[in-house]
Design a binder for this molecule. Structure first.
Ligand SMILES: Nc1ncnc2c1ncn2[C@@H]1O[C@H](COP(=O)(O)OP(=O)(O)OP(=O)(O)O)[C@@H](O)[C@H]1O
Ligand SMILES: [Mg+2]
Length: 314
């Protein structure tokens, strides 16, 4: 399954706040680079003010407002919706100058920033722009774009706006750009949505809701990423039964909380497995943080990949 992920053009990491989207986007990028692919890791932020969370996780320096090379095979970029508006206007208005003038117009700016969905149009346009950029040799500059989408504003709503715009403006450059963006977003060959969540009751409920939203928008849900799964030291029914016998004999003990957490995590995983019609990838809860955490998670992700590919082999 993951082997197939590396052949996509865009991996969209989505999920509720704090579940590990940025960490997992960095992990996917790191793993893809290790597997020999060329990756652009993009952090989608409401605004470009303030420091980047994602860049430091892969060792990117600088503001990241332009595509920044990090190491061979890996570049980093921060995308804001308003930068997307500019690119959009530059392309649909005949002259760059007019795009500048249009952006200076308060009325137009307010229009573009009015609804979250209009902001998302800017995002979608910028994403499309990155995906179709080619180099002098005619090859794609960024064959694989991994996007860390913000929890707020639900960036995936960028798939719901185009329909409304298309019914208003079916032809012309805006209509064409929007149609192309929507085609990319909904194309399971080029795009994969990865839904991140935690092995706890509320995050799982939220992930199930998001998964049905993703489907409703016609976006290809490739996998659920169950992040921070606690390690299970009693993986077999026999070892668990032996433990239960011991516990019954000796009463509450120091490990009771850890065991309870493990049980909650296992129940959560089962709920997710049943409720999401996509493969589930569990990633461990680790002690590391920052780039070291990303490196270790990438090492955990790559063998999962190998096992899944073997399963798929005839
Ligand atoms: N597998 C893991 N093991 C241990 N810590 C983790 C793991 N995944 C994420 N974390 C930690 O959880 C915190 C939140 O992670 P992260 O910033 O990636 O979440 P996010 O979903 O991007 O948050 P936000 O919604 O604020 O953008 C960070 O401190 C990160 O180091
Ligand atoms: Mg984040």
């Amino acid at each position: 399954m993951l082997e197939a992920l590396w052949t996509k053009r865009a991996l969209l990491v989505s999920g509720k706040g704090g579940v590990g989207k940025s960490t997992l986007a960095a992990t996917l990028a790191r793993a893809a680079v290790r597997a020999g692919h060329t990756v652009l890791l993009a952090e989608v932020t409401p605004s470009l003010e303030g420091p980047s969370v994602l860049g430091p996780l892969v060792g990117a320096r600088g503001a990241g407002t332009e595509v920044t090379p990090v190491e061979p095979g890996l570049s980093f970029l921060r995308i804001s919706a308003s930068a997307g508006h500019r690119r959009f206007l530059e392309d649909v208005l005949p002259l760059r100058l007019m795009a500048d003038a249009a952006l200076r117009s308060r009325a137009l700016r307010r229009f573009l920033e009015a609804g979250p969905s209009l902001r998302e149009l800017g995002l979608m346009y910028q994403m499309l722009d990155l995906v179709r950029k080619t180099g002098p040799n005619g090859r794609f500059l960024y064959p694989l774009c991994v996007m860390d989408l913000p929890a707020t504003g639900h960036a995936l709503a960028m798939a719901s706006l185009p329909r409304a715009i298309l019914s208003l403006l079916p032809g012309g450059p805006i209509g064409r750009a929007v149609r192309e963006g929507l085609e990319l977003l909904q194309d399971p060959v080029r795009t994969a949505v990865l839904l991140a969540t935690l092995p706890e009751p509320l995050p799982v409920s939220e992930a199930l809701q998001l998964a049905s939203e993703v489907r409703r928008l016609g976006l290809p849900l490739a996998a659920a990423l169950l992040n921070r799964m606690p390690e299970n030291p009693f993986p077999t029914p026999a070892s668990r039964a032996a433990l239960n016998t011991l516990l019954a004999a000796h009463g509450p003990h120091e490990g009771s909380r850890a065991l309870y957490r493990l049980e909650v995590a296992e129940t959560s995983r089962a709920r997710l497995e049943q409720g999401v019609a996509a493969p589930l990838l569990s990633l461990p809860d680790l002690l590391a943080s920052g780039p070291a955490l990303v490196d270790q998670l990438a090492s955990a992700l790559l063998p999962l990949n190998a096992r899944l590919s073997q399963k798929e082999a005839p």
